[in-house]
Design a protein around this ligand. Structure first.
Ligand code: COA
Length: 375
């Protein structure tokens, strides 16, 4: 039976970045403005005063120091606190298409693929800029790929779910090579006025090529040994934005139409779920935790990743075992573990085994066990 491999990965990083200091300064100006504007109502107990954010809290609670964004000025303007991204006409490429094409070109170059070698495009990310036509079909057209494309969304786990979908397609010969892209503009659904979460997300796009070893041009790809997915319903990470919002005009623009989470509960509930899935999946394939050379974990929170590593390996996390990009990219939803894989896989040797794991809203957890091979 032929092996299925990851033959290329690509990364598009936006040109602008926001430090915790810049973000907190803008947030605290917003808080000062709000509290002075509503001084009377706050004094009368009709409104609650808003509390300031802190750089120290953000770094300690999450490990995040800065994030890349598609529009820095809008996010940092205390009167706006949202990216300003002008709508493009139908005749121009969409912004998610542009990001995806940039990441895809790098992945295709690494894999030695031209558009005619690829016959399926999956856009796997937590927010699409429109319902239809599918982003994947626009990207397919922009790259000159024949075949089919579709979009899928399982929030932060969409990339690993996308890899399993691609593996299944290649295994059943419904596609010979799949391009899976993750254009995440998380700043678009983050409530920058919410102290508990305003620091969490950043923007990015990643791309992965999945194909059989027979067609693989790369000499040192990663065999996908196995994939495993799990979902369990939870309201602890939720966004009620959707096409039915206008059917209830009172709710348009309310806070629940952006990212909302119960961070503490997510932390407590998702850590054991992810650790159990990884441990069980490794055991199914008779792989001992100590045989794992690298874990490319979902990038939401450094303390979560510490705990997950401890539960699986019994050891403290090290950059060599579980590299992090949280400090510079923040949480980039589905793209986080793929950024880590893209940046930190070259030093692995033949037969080294690694794990790409994501977790997030749903809850959803995806695990991909890979081995570096030589062709
Ligand atoms: N600045 C300063 N203090 C803040 C703050 C901010 N921006 N936000 C919250 N705090 C305060 C809280 O008010 C609270 O104060 P109290 O102890 O006086 O009540 C204290 O800090 C602790 O808040 P808490 O929300 O319990 O922090 P935490 O340690 O749980 O960290 C998260 C918050 C969100 C970083 C963390 O829970 C987390 O990462 N959870 C998982 C998130 C995740 O994976 N989400 C998936 C998204 S796809």
């Amino acid at each position: 039976m032929s092996r299925i491999v990851i033959s290329g990965t690509g990364l598009f990083t936006p040109g602008e970045s926001i430090s915790n200091e810049e973000l907190v300064s803008s947030f605290n100006t917003y808080v000062d403005n709000y509290n002075s504007k509503h001084e009377k109502e706050i004094g009368e107990g009709k409104l609650e005063a808003k509390e300031k954010s802190s750089v120290e809290f953000i770094e300690k609670a999450s490990g995040i120091k800065s994030r890349f964004v598609m529009d820095k000025a809008g996010v940092l303007d205390p009167e706006v606190m949202c990216p300003r991204i002008p709508a493009r006409s139908n005749g121009n490429a969409s912004i998610q298409c542009d990001m995806s094409v940039a990441a895809a070109k790098e992945a295709m170059e690494q894999a030695g693929k031209s558009p005619e070698d690829i016959d399926a495009v999956i856009v796997a990310c937590s927010n699409m800029e429109r319902p239809y036509p599918a982003m994947a079909i626009e990207i397919q057209n922009a790259l000159g790929i024949d075949g089919f494309g579709f979009d899928m969304n399982v929030a932060c786990s969409t990339a690993t779910f996308g890899i399993q979908t691609a593996v299944d397609s290649v295994f059943r010969n419904s596609a010979k090579a799949v391009l899976m892209v993750n254009p995440e503009i998380c700043s678009g659904h983050l409530n920058f006025k919410d102290r508990d979460s305003h620091f969490i997300f950043g923007d990015v796009c990643t791309a992965v090529i999945i194909e059989k070893e027979e067609t693989c041009q790369r000499k040192d790809p990663f065999e996908i040994i196995a994939t495993k997915l799990k979902t369990r319903f939870s309201n602890n990470i939720r966004n009620n934005f959707g096409f039915l919002n206008r059917a209830d005009p009172d709710g348009v623009g309310t806070k629940d139409k952006l990212f909302v989470q119960q961070g503490r509960k997510v932390f407590k509930e998702v850590v054991p779920l992810a650790a159990e899935l990884i441990t069980g999946h490794l055991a199914e394939h008779r792989i001992k935790p100590e045989d794992i050379r690298r874990i490319w974990l979902h990038q939401a929170n450094m303390n979560m990743n510490q705990l997950i590593c401890k539960k699986i390996m019994g050891t403290e996390i090290t950059h060599d075992l579980a590299p992090t990009i949280l400090d510079t990219y923040a949480n980039t939803a589905s793209a986080g573990s793929v950024i880590c894989f893209h940046k930190y896989n070259e030093d692995l040797k033949e037969d080294d085994i690694g794990v790409i794991c994501s977790f997030g809203a749903g809850y959803s957890i995806g695990n991909v066990i890979v081995r570096k091979i030589a062709l």
